[in-house]
Ligand binder design. Structure first.
Ligand SMILES: Cc1cc2nc3c(=O)[nH]c(=O)nc-3n(C[C@H](O)[C@H](O)[C@H](O)COP(=O)(O)O)c2cc1C
Length: 493
């Protein structure tokens, strides 16, 4: 946690954050396996983006290869590329990710198992003939070192947030094409790791996404032959952080515990609507794919009054029920909002829940200064029109769902954050995820709830960059020079 003395100090790994000599590879690559290219054309959707982001699901669509490729690209595709001063590529992707490190990998499971390779927009075959489900299930995994390289032990939480942001895009795209999707956090870790051929330590299973309604038949690990395709190591020296390994293994589930765990989830989640009212002004005839491709984290906000829809629609639509096995009633979360400048809303701190709406909980002489302070003194946290902290009350969650409940809440926070970013873009605004001082946030809002993830929402200073099509990311000019200038400025200050 930021701003608190670290727990288990004696078990923290001594390492050099952002060690340039041990930079993790941004993408997982297999050697010697021929990949199959997915269709390059994106399947257009036909409902308006704000309708879909309000929870309206389009007429049922057929999940063929073209639509699968569209969903994968909109969730995990490479949309932009910048170059360092040395000309090395820095990939930007359709969903946000802390530090742009993208530790999440996606596998496609049906009769066969494939790995999604976003650079070529292709599927790499890993297994044939497993018949795990009648339709398609995605497996999301996380590579801890890719994010722990920067964030150390905190990286474990980033796996869930980044997976959640990716899922927000995926759910929006699936809704826009009428494909039912259910997210599962309750599964046997060993069975999923064996299925996709990962070791469960340096790459760990995070979540499953079931498309369609058929039953999922995960074979026990001992029934599977090992995957023979070889992946390149993620870095020259892959560091293992003992607390990260423990956090993951101690929250694992066995096959026979899954049903009991999912049953327990019934009592801990809170109601939330699946659909909210769309804003009166449709804003544009944008589709969800346009919104996703326009999204990019806001780097500078304009300090000006935001239209009320950015908050009054954007937040409730982000906090809608999630199709998540850990939250069958709708949600595990509550949300704290520091409002800075939104038409029709009094500045100050509010608690927002789907059932109770906005309840004032704190006043500040200078809400913008407070917003920035809470977010590790980053100006973005105060220059926004409002900053949200997704939060959870830990005791009932941990008592009922154990550490697996903690995984689930972090994942839902990522989904809410990802939705908030899309909703902001849909009504002409922008957003960015932010880190924050954990204890300070709880004290500011006078709550026992633990903040999980912050998102600043407001009016961006610049227009969004263009995005490319599958296999053809757009080049962002001048990025290397900009980064060098920023770094030189930082070293001077
Ligand atoms: C969980 C999370 C935390 C983030 N924290 C910060 C932050 O503290 N400061 C910041 O400027 N950006 C933050 N970001 C934004 C990322 O830097 C950004 O998503 C990344 O550089 C990729 O760029 P893009 O979102 O434009 O694709 C965060 C993003 C996420 C998902």
């Amino acid at each position: 946690m930021h701003g608190e003395p670290p727990a288990h100090r004696e078990r923290l790994l001594a390492f050099r954050p952002l060690d340039p000599t041990n930079r993790p590879a941004p993408l997982k690559t297999y050697t010697g396996v021929a990949a199959t290219l997915l269709p390059r054309e994106l399947r257009p959707s036909s409902s308006s983006a704000v309708e879909v982001l309000s929870g309206h699901v389009a007429e049922p669509g057929q999940l063929d290869e073209g639509l699968l490729g569209t969903l994968l690209f909109l969730a995990a595709g490479i949309t932009r590329v910048a170059r360092t001063v040395d000309g090395d590529p820095i990939w930007f992707r359709s969903a946000m990710s802390a530090g742009n490190l993208h530790p999440v990998e996606v596998y496609v499971v049906g009769d066969d198992v494939h790995h999604y390779q976003p650079l070529d927009h292709a599927l790499v075959p890993l297994r044939r003939g497993v018949h795990v489900c009648d339709d398609v299930t995605l497996v999301l995994t996380g590579i801890p070192f890719r994010t722990c390289w920067k964030y150390g032990e905190r990286g474990w939480r980033h796996l869930w947030w980044d997976a959640g942001a990716l899922l927000a895009n995926l759910l929006a795209a699936a809704d826009a094409h009428g494909v039912p999707a259910q997210i599962l956090v309750g599964f046997s870790d060993a069975a999923v790791a064996a299925l996709v051929g990962i070791d469960g330590v340096d790459e760990v299973p995070l979540a499953l996404v079931r498309f369609g309604t058929g039953e999922l038949r995960l074979p026990p690990p001992e029934a599977l032959e090992p995957v023979t395709a070889r992946a390149e190591p993620v870095a020259r020296r892959v560091l293992r952080f003992p607390l990260v390994v423990d956090a993951h293994t101690e929250t694992a589930l066995d096959l026979d515990a899954v049903a009991r765990w999912q049953q327990a989830a019934l009592s801990v989640s809170q109601p939330a609507p699946a659909v909210v009212e769309a804003p009166p002004d449709p804003y544009s005839d944008d589709r969800v794919e346009h919104v996703i491709l326009r999204r990019g984290s806001t780097r500078l906000f304009r300090r000006q009054r935001a239209p009320s829809a950015l908050l009054e629609w954007g937040l409730p639509a982000a906090c809608r029920a999630v199709p998540l096995d850990a939250a069958p009633a709708g949600t595990l979360l509550e949300h704290f909002v520091n409002v800075h400048d939104v038409a029709g809303a009094e500045p100050g701190g509010y608690r927002y829940t789907a059932v109770g709406g906005f309840e004032g909980c704190t006043r500040s002489d200078d809400p913008r200064a407070a917003g920035s302070r809470l977010c590790l003194d980053q100006p973005l946290g105060g220059d926004s029109a409002y900053t949200v902290f997704h939060a959870v009350t830990l005791d009932p969650l941990l008592d009922t769902l154990g550490g697996r409940g903690y995984r689930s809440a972090q994942l839902e926070a990522g989904i809410a954050a990802g939705r908030l970013a899309l909703n902001a873009v849909a009504v002409g605004g922008g957003a960015t995820g932010l880190t924050f001082y954990d204890g300070l946030v709880s004290r500011y809002f006078h709550t026992e709830a633990a903040p999980l993830l912050a998102v600043a929402v407001g009016i961006p200073q610049t227009r969004p960059a263009r995005s490319g099509a599958p296999g053809h990311p757009v080049e962002l000019p001048g990025y290397g020079r900009l980064m060098s200038r920023l770094a030189a400025g930082l070293h001077r200050s």
